[in-house]
Design a protein around this ligand. Structure first.
Ligand code: NAD
Length: 515
């Protein structure tokens, strides 16, 4: 019997022993950097001539690892293997599958500092963010294991005299998992283990910027007892391997998290019925955000300042939930802006080698260029209050940047920047603030800072986002506490880490027996 689910605690790095443990892991990881990682197809490790090179974005010259790069031939073999393995895996006991997740979670917990150190190197995360990312991965495994045991009982439906009715869930088939790099551990783990525990077999195509941590996790799944062919590891290019997998007639389920551009394209492709395909593909597509922190005139300004800074600059704004817009009531606009600017100027930026670095690099050169381009656009559209500068000589560093006095329709108020940039807009009153907040094609997260109960009620009804927070930041959803997923162009609202998530990976079956 499993204990009730509780989320994994975060590590307090002000405690010397915790700090020392991670320092020592970082040293150990440095000695291990530059290793080679294979594909995994049907339980066999496969090396390829061509490799993906994973680098430390905070220190470009440091190579984290070389990862084998799959082509379409490998993809075809992986689909065949996963399809074959599905024929037995689908009939395994849900408790046995759940136990694999519990074992994998235990292994990760034991090696938590090592995984945290690897994430610091591969994604450039600050210590606390890397620690939270690993904790979230553990949470997904613990939570979904318990959810699966419940789901396996099916749901109550009615029977009547002479007829016994059941409503059960059955696995879908071969799943393709396509995660992003920004929660290189948590989302990769969550979107891999959810299809696995529900009895599907998986082909994991990791994000090309962070394939090493995914390779290490696949080894943990093997150690936890996952059978051959049930998990297949297939790093490769989106256009070559990604499209091939999405189009493949034997794929039943695609779980994608990433940008609106790639997600909508994938959604459309997956809808096509190709030759020899005898089912419609299920898609879970979670995409970007343009998330807003609304500050009312009846608000605690300390909380507002903290919420804006945390939401905008945590992990350099590279979260789908990042608060990239601050919409502030005109009565308190100047005060909030001034205090946010002051706090932002105190943030430290650099390679995340110690726990006191607030902001690390952005992920790569393309991200650096894109964000710097948006900063130029912002200079034309609003008033630069602080930041605005970048340095990509050693790593991809961008100063936390604030623009003020934006028009609601400005590009930096509408487009996802995915970097450390926040735009301030002034609202006439609370209704106007909500109107501005809803004026976006995205609908992922939002926060409202107010002490007025009626305004809380109004925003609860009218602020159209999948994850709405009051009197706190709009980032940092916790598995089992804040099921996560967005409305509108933010995706299919699958609510990862929530009670409905696993059922999306299964087919509900009604069984009716007369007697
Ligand atoms: P991306 O869309 O560039 O890539 C996502 C994944 O898709 C990667 O693994 C990539 O290799 C793969 N891919 C690219 N082309 C493909 C193709 N043709 N076929 C199949 N796969 C392909 O996104 P990213 O830069 O990795 O991540 C950042 C984006 O993710 C942001 O927009 C962010 O808001 C979003 N995101 C959303 C959520 C959420 O829960 N809604 C969570 C995290 C990140």
């Amino acid at each position: 019997m499993l204990t009730p689910y509780k989320h994994e605690p975060f590590t307090d790095f002000s405690i010397e022993s915790n700090r020392k443990r991670l320092e020592s892991e970082l040293e150990k990881i440095e000695r291990k950097l530059g290793g080679t990682y294979d594909l995994l197809i049907d339980g066999e490790k496969v090396l390829t001539e061509e490799k993906i090179t994973s680098i430390n974005p905070g220190k470009k010259e440091e190579i984290v690892g070389y990862v084998a790069k799959a082509n379409q031939e490998h993809a075809e073999k992986a689909v065949q293997a996963a399809n074959q393995a599905f024929q037995t895996w689908r009939y395994t006991n849900a408790i046995d599958r759940a136990n694999i997740l519990i074992r994998a979670a235990a292994i990760i917990r034991r090696r938590k500092s090592e995984f945290t150190a690897l994430l610091i190197k591969e994604a450039g995360k600050p210590w606390n963010e890397a620690d939270a990312d690993i904790a979230e991965g553990i949470d997904f495994m613990e939570y979904y294991a318990r959810q699966m045991i419940e789901l396996d009982k099916g749901k109550e439906i009615n029977s009547r005299p002479g007829e016994y009715n059941r409503y059960l869930y059955t696995p879908s088939g071969v799943a393709v998992t396509i995660p992003p790099w920004n929660f290189a551990f948590a989302i990769m783990v969550g979107t891999t283990v959810a299809p696995l525990v529900t009895g599907n077999t998986v082909i994991l195509k990791p994000a090309s910027a962070t394939p090493v941590i995914a390779a290490e996790f696949v080894d943990v799944l093997l150690e936890a007892g996952i059978p051959d062919g049930v998990i297949n590891f297939l790093p490769g290019s989106g256009s070559e391997v990604g499209d091939y997998l999405v189009d493949h007639p034997k794929i039943a389920l695609i779980t994608f998290t990433g940008s609106r551009e790639v997600g909508t394209r994938l959604y459309e492709r997956a809808a096509a019925v190709n030759e020899n395909q005898f089912h419609l593909k299920r898609t879970i597509v979670e995409m970007g955000g343009k998330d807003t922190v609304v500050v009312d005139n009846e608000a605690d300004i300390d909380i507002a300042v903290d919420a804006i800074v945390t939401s905008a600059f945590g992990f350099s704004g590279q979260k789908c939930s990042a608060g990239s817009r601050a919409v502030v009531h005109e009565d308190v606009y100047d005060e909030v802006l001034e205090r946010v600017v002051k706090r932002t100027k105190e943030l430290t930026v650099g390679e995340t080698t110690t726990p006191d670095v607030n902001m690390g690099p952005v992920i790569d050169q393309a991200a650096f260029n894109k964000i710097m381009n948006y900063i130029e656009i912002g200079k034309a559209e609003g008033k630069l209050m602080t930041g605005g500068e970048g340095d990509d000589s050693k790593g991809y560093f961008i100063q936390p940047t604030i623009f003020a006095n934006l028009d609601v329709e400005a590009r930096i108020m509408q487009e996802e920047i995915f970097g450390p940039v926040v735009a301030f807009a002034k609202a006439k009153d609370f209704d106007h603030a909500l109107e501005i907040a809803n004026n976006s094609e995205y609908g992922l997260t939002g926060a409202v800072i107010t002490n007025n109960r009626e305004k809380i009620n109004k925003a609860s009804r009218e602020f159209h986002v999948g994850n709405l927070y009051f009197n706190r930041n709009c980032t940092g959803a916790i598995v089992g506490y804040h099921p996560f997923g967005g409305f509108k162009m933010s995706g299919t609202d699958s609510k990862a880490g929530g009670p409905d998530y696993l059922a999306l990976h299964m087919l509900a079956k009604t069984i009716s027996e007369s007697y």
